[in-house]
Design a protein around this ligand. Structure first.
Ligand code: AP5
Length: 292
């Protein structure tokens, strides 16, 4: 059956009917169907309810819409200055919400480690605390966002967008989060967090010598430090952050949740958890009102 894709979750399907053998288990969340005399109707199929209604557009008077009550997976952007705790919070968020964590910095460091052409170029910028050019970052992030796991489980985008052009690229692709979390941390705390940060190359876990020390000597002996985690380099990274943050915030101001990131990580997570729970509840109400 041919269908015209509108977005990852919407498709046009001119021949589908509620009596079609495909109806009980449709995969897209929205169908349009040609019909001239159909009354708005709610149907139940397994766990999912479908409501049919006429499209208001005079261009498509004979089409009907069936919208699934099943909510789309959650899409979250987390933002904040260098070492504000984005990676630390992402670990806690993914544990609870099962979202796919996509960190622009991690994707770039993987390229650097692989010594690819993009990685070699990226490292020059990362060492100066500057933004890696869009030609490298934008496609890399977009491709990861469109992978099946991100589409099915939802995503948690960390450290992207960092400039107005990166935000515009996401908007152009029709990729918009449900919520934009901004971690707000004072500058003296940021420097202390950067200098004390250590990484476990085996598990990928983030530690801090003072705030989150390794569990035992074996782990402590294998911890590494990032090449850009010095006091000198974090000041350059902070300058880059300050130059760009307002432009990014202006794109997402209607969905921004500002979180006090100065507190202990469990308290920071409690604020984020409350915000995500609220977004989830609102989405349930919205999808319920479509299906009711
Ligand atoms: P990236 O890797 O994204 O670095 P960043 O933004 O500087 O952020 P960090 O990873 O340093 O910190 P974080 O906020 O994740 O903090 P963490 O949880 O680790 O980017 C690196 C470079 O790549 C950039 O400079 C740029 O060159 C390039 N790049 C990346 N994205 C790009 C893009 N979109 N476009 C172009 N270029 C791009 O925490 C830090 C430490 O604090 C840890 O030790 C942790 O244990 C501790 N800690 C965390 N939370 C708390 C807490 N609440 N209390 C006490 N300690 C805490």
């Amino acid at each position: 059956m041919g269908s015209t894709s509108l977005s990852p979750s919407i498709s046009l399907s001119p021949s589908l009917s509620p009596h079609s053998s495909k109806f009980p288990n449709p995969s897209p969340n929205l169908f349009l169907r040609s019909h001239s005399s159909f009354t708005p109707l709610t149907l139940r199929s397994n766990q999912t309810r479908y409501r049919f209604k006429k499209l208001p557009s005079s261009n498509a008077p004979n089409f009907l819409v069936a919208a699934s009550a099943k909510a789309e997976p959650l899409k979250v952007i987390i933002s904040g200055a260098p070492a504000s705790g984005k990676g630390t919070q992402c670990e806690l968020i993914t544990q609870k919400y099962g979202l796919v964590h996509i960190a622009a910095g991690d994707l770039l460091r993987a390229e650097v480690a692989a010594a690819s052409e993009n990685g070699k170029l990226a490292k020059e910028y990362m060492e100066k605390g500057e933004l890696v050019p869009d030609e490298i970052v934008v496609m890399m992030v977009k491709e990861r966002l469109l992978q099946p796991d991100s589409q099915q489980r939802g995503w948690l985008l960390d450290g992207y967008p960092r400039s107005s052009s990166q935000a515009a690229a996401l908007e152009d692709y029709g990729i918009r989060p449900d919520v934009f979390i901004l971690l707000d941390v004072s500058e003296d705390i940021l420097v202390e967090r950067v200098v004390g940060r250590r990484l476990d190359p085996l598990t990928g876990k983030i530690y801090h010598l003072k705030y989150s020390p390794p569990e035992n000597d074996e782990i402590a002996s294998r911890l590494t430090q990032r090449f850009d985690d010095t006091e000198e380099k974090v000041k350059l990274r902070l300058r880059t952050h300050h130059q760009n943050v307002d432009a990014v915030l202006s794109v997402y101001k209607d969905i921004t949740v500002k979180v006090n990131g100065n507190e202990a990580k469990e308290h920071v997570f409690a604020q984020i958890d409350a915000a995500l729970t609220h977004v989830g509840e609102q989405r349930k109400v919205n999808s319920g009102s479509v299906a009711a």
